[in-house]
Design a protein around this ligand. Structure first.
Ligand code: HEC
Ligand code: HEC
Length: 358
């Protein structure tokens, strides 16, 4: 068999494993999937092993699909000295305050099902903020909460925490923003507030965001990125980057590009953000195993594919590029394989994606 065929065979096995896991056991066993790749296992052994297994029991999920705790990777991160630790899930308060916190967590880990009227893709907040928004260096919610209000160049104004959340819905979730004060935003904010219990009010708090990388030694490269992708990412996110869903349509592995992913206005669309996220968090379960150069290359490769239009579209790609993407950090409006990225016309009208069982 050729390398490509082996890859496909492995991919098929993965889908099969997921299918069997979901249907027979009702639980997706992430680690049994890894057993199919010796290379993977070897890498895993040499990877940094961690102590911080903070994922706790999830409250049972919304609609019969597996509870998110099973789908979200247990963090493998060495405990860092001096890092803020959010309260344990088991310490969530009871009563009214506890209820709204729990609702916020539920929205965060299962966004399309919890808020179908606002989400336009297969992603969840936890897709990019791992371990239910608890994990340091994965843009954790507790670090975000203590950093707003703040001036943002994106909005050219002082943004409150709820306004920051609105942006996530418009761009990362390719959806619509709930109004300020909407119960969903209040719930997400309450969850973040609770996670930040005891944290210092400090936008420079350790663990915030994704640790930025130094500029790449060699300019990021599409062809090298494609190789990194095939070797390290395609297994889960699919050779075509569109992720993998269960038969019922539940996205087990989120889409990295295409109509089911974040749109051109999202933070992850910046190559530097994507490289930083990938270096610290991907491949899932093996964070930190790519070199910085590989992270840059694969981030450029990922962001050199088509995705939903920037909602700030001004009527032309050139105009939108001039207004929002005049940076080397964005591939919007640039030509890749003879096609101009972003040249897909005005944003499509919002349509919530079918995500749950019929
Ligand atoms: C496609 C990946 C992705 C998804 C999905 C996503 N985010 Fe984010 N989020 C990011 C990136 C990247 C940043 C930082 C980039 C920036 O500064 O623009 C960020 C930043 C944030 C911040 C500010 C962090 C800080 O320290 O300032 C908050 C709060 C946040 N996201 C909440 C959410 C919520 C709530 C959802 C779900 C409704 C969500 N995100 C979905 C990628 C994502
Ligand atoms: C073992 C499976 C697996 C592998 C391998 C893997 N990922 Fe992921 N990736 C995931 C899962 C699952 C999530 C969502 C995390 C969650 O929900 O807890 C994710 C999330 C992401 C996200 C944010 C969400 C989105 O769709 O934009 C990006 C970007 C990403 N991965 C890029 C990569 C890249 C690049 C590689 C290769 C270097 C890679 N991943 C390898 C499973 C994997």
């Amino acid at each position: 068999m050729k390398a490509g065929q082996i890859q496909l065979a492995v991919g098929a096995l993965v889908v099969l494993t997921i299918g069997i896991g979901l249907h027979v056991a009702g639980v997706f066993d992430y680690f049994s999937m890894q057993a199919y790749s010796d290379r993977w296992t070897a890498k895993r052994e040499s990877a940094q092993q961690g102590a911080d297994m903070s994922s706790a029991e999830t409250s049972k999920d919304l609609a019969g699909d597996p509870p998110r705790a099973e789908l979200t990777a247990a963090p493998t991160q060495p405990a860092k000295v001096g890092l803020f630790r959010p309260p344990l899930e088991s310490d969530m308060p009871t009563g009214e305050f506890g209820d709204v916190i729990r609702r916020g967590r539920e929205i965060f880990v299962d966004t399309p099902r919890a808020m179908p009227a606002y989400v336009g893709n297969s992603l969840r907040c936890v897709s990019c903020h791992l371990d239910a928004g608890r994990l340091a260096d994965s843009s954790p919610l507790w670090a975000a909460f203590v950093s707003y209000p703040a001036y943002r160049s994106k909005t050219k104004s002082v943004t409150t925490f709820q306004q920051r959340l609105q942006g996530c819905f418009e761009y990362s979730m390719n959806g619509r923003a709930p109004l300020l004060g909407a119960p969903e935003l209040v719930a997400l904010e309450s969850y973040a507030y609770w996670l930040a219990s005891g944290a210092p009010l400090d936008p420079k708090i350790a663990g915030r965001g994704y640790p930025p990388l130094a500029p790449p030694a060699q300019q990021a490269d599409f062809v090298r990125g494609e190789k990194v992708y095939t070797d390290n990412c395609a297994l889960c996110h699919g050779a075509d980057g569109v992720g993998q869903r269960t038969q019922s349509g539940y996205a087990v592995f989120p889409a990295l590009w295409g109509s089911d992913s974040f749109n051109w206005g999202a933070g992850m669309g910046r190559i530097s953000n994507a490289a930083a996220f990938v270096k610290a968090n991907m491949p899932l379960g093996l964070p930190g195993t790519l070199t910085e150069q590989e992270a840059w290359d694969v981030a450029l490769y990922m962001n050199s594919h088509e995705r939903p239009q920037d909602p700030r579209y001004t009527g032309s790609v050139q105009g939108t590029q001039r207004d929002f993407h005049t940076t080397e950090d964005s591939m919007y409006g640039r030509e890749v394989a003879g096609k101009m990225l972003g040249d897909t016309g005005p944003p499509k009208p919002f349509k919530p994606l079918k995500t749950s069982r019929p």
